[in-house]
Design a binder for this molecule. Structure first.
Ligand code: ADP
Ligand code: MG
Length: 210
């Protein structure tokens, strides 16, 4: 996978579009097992991310992701804002001063992001949260040469599996086993973020091929 500074910027712009398009669905998912604000929180935050990064010039992937993370922390509400913000802030530290990421460096950033989420959320895999998408995606990325479309397939399958498990963290945990049978909203938005990454990589590839 070729992830340049420009691709990183396209990633967050594509994420904004994905989230905007799926805003209603994300809130619907959160309505079922939470308080219904996830789509609204994410759409508002990512439109601020777009405002922040669209006209800036960046030297490194870390710079783009750091600006995105700071905006997410301050503008995305709910539990997801600080969690995604921390995730991308940690990743930006790994991607600092790098204008292109090797597959290995990309995976290292994902790993740091996951550690950030787990620490901040006091959470782990299997609790019906966004981590249930991020961790399988990291495992896929660590296998070696990254195929971004394979990462998306992994993210989608992982997201779908959150339907079958009971929430142990976040608001959905108050429902206990009544949370079973519903997709986790944060897992769905995480899947959209990886979908956006694939779009960005494809866009960048098309441009560089003329
Ligand atoms: P809130 O629950 O405060 O309304 P959101 O609706 O924006 O926040 O986000 C809910 C999502 O955040 C959940 O679907 C879940 O994926 C994620 N989440 C909540 N708590 C945690 C946690 N402790 N660790 C990891 N992810 C979490
Ligand atoms: Mg909510």
């Amino acid at each position: 996978m070729n992830l340049t500074t420009e691709t990183a910027k396209k990633w967050f712009l594509a994420a904004g579009r994905e989230i905007q398009e799926n805003k209603g669905y994300l809130s619907e998912l959160d309505q079922a097992i939470g308080d219904g604000d996830h789509g609204h929180n994410m759409a508002r935050g990512f439109s601020e991310v777009e405002k922040k990064i669209a006209s800036e010039t960046y030297e490194d992937v870390g710079g783009v992701v750091k600006d995105a993370s700071m905006t997410i922390i301050s503008k995305v509400g709910g539990a997801a804002g600080p969690l995604y913000g921390t995730a991308f802030l940690k990743a930006s530290g790994v991607w600092k001063n790098k204008s292109t990421l090797s597959d290995e460096e990309f995976a290292e950033g994902l790993k740091a992001a996951i550690e950030g989420i787990a620490k901040r959320g006091k959470s782990e895999q299997g609790q019906k949260t966004m981590l249930d998408v991020w961790i399988p995606v990291l495992e896929e990325a660590e296998k070696g040469s990254i195929d971004v479309h394979q990462l998306v397939r992994t993210a989608k399958e992982a997201m779908e599996k959150t339907k079958d498990i009971e929430a142990k963290k976040g608001r959905a945990a108050y429902l206990g086993d009544r949370s079973i049978g519903h997709l986790d909203p944060g897992a769905y938005s995480s899947y959209l973020l990886f979908e956006a990454l694939a779009e960005a990589v494809d866009e960048e590839g098309e441009e560089s091929n003329g």
